[in-house]
Design a binder for this molecule. Structure first.
Ligand SMILES: Cc1cc2nc3c(=O)[nH]c(=O)nc-3n(C[C@H](O)[C@H](O)[C@H](O)COP(=O)(O)O)c2cc1C
Length: 379
């Protein structure tokens, strides 16, 4: 029986597609119907449901620009700072993770936003650091997309400056990307908010190992997860640090495995392969290692596109509740400390997951039982 408590929640549908270009949807690059809306009101209902159920994680990506393909997949993205602010007022225990692109924000500004969110959320706010990769986002704002590893060097300086604003007064900083004179930020957070990173390249892992508290693995299987964790923890150990590990997973909990697989086939048959191809070209052209480690080494283009269609390259949790719980337990045993779930029809499927899968995880010792299980989904 595992002793660590597995945190669960959502890789939230604050990013997605909206009409007129696409149909509403968030994580499936498919024309198949998706009853998921990347709107604030919808995400508010999800956050409240998670909070009542005692689930922990509300992870918000942040995108910009026009999205991918003619359908403009991921062309809509709520701002993850202002969304976190509103959700902090609507929830009591949920951890809210915002994402910042280091190329688009100044760390002095983010320090103040973060200090304010720390007060509003009473310490429940966290920050995912991304260095950027989608050329369109940069082109739109006329911000140069500098070379891959240089982006991580800028992110490193960003985090150093951010940390100083959160803990020091009247500091000076002279870096390649930032110069700060007599830096000060008041208020300061009660303690520095935890940092996340999802880089899969060597530079990305090194950045996470040295500067972050949580590493987001996009590896597909428990075996690959284990390998990636061993690598990133070895890097962290050289800095005397240890990371916690989070991943994301498309969850399709159905009465039978056959029904779930059939549904996957239907989604694939209606796949938005134009958007998937553009997404893949963008991310593999701009990152070192993403195609290999996010979508699997040596895999055929076709497989990679299918993996993108089904949950944007995440691992899959597919089948009846017992099978889904079993696969979650395997990820946990492989070293995963938290999972951001994604769904086809998020609101209804999350409610079902809370009722049918979470109790199994508690029985198996993957999660500590809640005190009031009856209140899980009820309003
Ligand atoms: C779970 C997850 C969340 C991510 N969130 C964002 C995001 O919000 N915005 C973004 O531009 N990139 C996001 N990325 C992309 C990463 O920041 C990074 O560019 C990508 O994983 C490639 O890493 P690499 O450049 O180290 O190869 C995310 C990746 C993953 C796996």
């Amino acid at each position: 029986m595992a002793e660590r408590h597995l945190e669960l929640g959502l890789f939230a549908p604050t990013v997605g597609s909206m009409p007129p270009a696409g149909k509403p949807g968030a994580f499936l690059l498919s024309h198949a119907e998706q009853r998921t809306e990347p709107t604030f009101d919808y995400n508010l209902r999800l956050a409240r449901m998670l909070d009542r159920a005692g689930l922990e994680l509300f992870f918000m990506a942040q995108r910009g620009g026009k999205g991918f393909g003619p359908s403009r997949f991921w062309g809509t993205s709520l701002d993850s700072f202002t969304t976190a602010s509103a959700l902090a007022m609507a929830t009591e225990q949920l951890q809210l993770v915002s994402t910042v692109h280091t190329a688009f924000f100044h760390p002095g500004l983010v320090a103040r936003i973060g200090a304010t969110l720390d007060q509003i959320s009473h310490g429940r706010w966290r920050l995912n650091i991304v260095s950027g990769w989608a050329e369109n986002d940069f082109r739109m704002l006329d911000i140069p997309l500098i070379e891959h590893d240089a982006r991580y060097r800028r992110s490193a300086e960003f985090v150093e400056v951010l940390g100083k604003f959160w803990t020091e007064d009247w500091f000076d900083y002279a870096g390649e990307y930032y110069t700060i004179r007599q830096g000060t930020c008041a208020p300061k957070p009660a303690s520095p908010p935890l940092l996340y990173n999802a880089g899969s390249s060597a530079a990305g892992r090194e950045f996470a190992a040295r500067y972050c508290d949580w590493f987001f693995t996009a590896a597909l299987t428990p075996e690959a997860v284990k390998e990636e964790i061993a690598d990133v923890q070895a890097r962290a150990a050289t800095y005397g640090r240890r990371l916690r590990i989070v991943t994301y997973a498309l969850t399709m909990c159905r009465e039978t495995e056959a029904a779930a697989k059939q549904e996957m086939e239907d989604i694939l048959a209606q796949g938005d392969y134009d958007a998937a191809r553009e997404f893949l070209e963008g991310i593999s052209g701009q990152t070192l290692g993403t195609t290999k480690s996010v979508l699997g080494e040596g895999r055929a283009l076709d497989d990679m596109l299918k993996s993108l269609v089904l949950g944007v390259g995440s691992s899959k949790l597919i089948g009846p509740p017992e099978k889904v719980a079993h696969d979650i337990a395997r990820l946990h045993e492989a070293g995963v400390d938290a999972i951001g779930l994604t769904f086809r029809h998020t609101e209804e499927e999350l409610a079902d997951f809370i009722q049918r899968v979470v109790p199994l995880l508690e029985q198996h010792g993957v999660r500590r039982p809640r005190q009031t299980p009856a209140a899980r989904v009820a309003d």
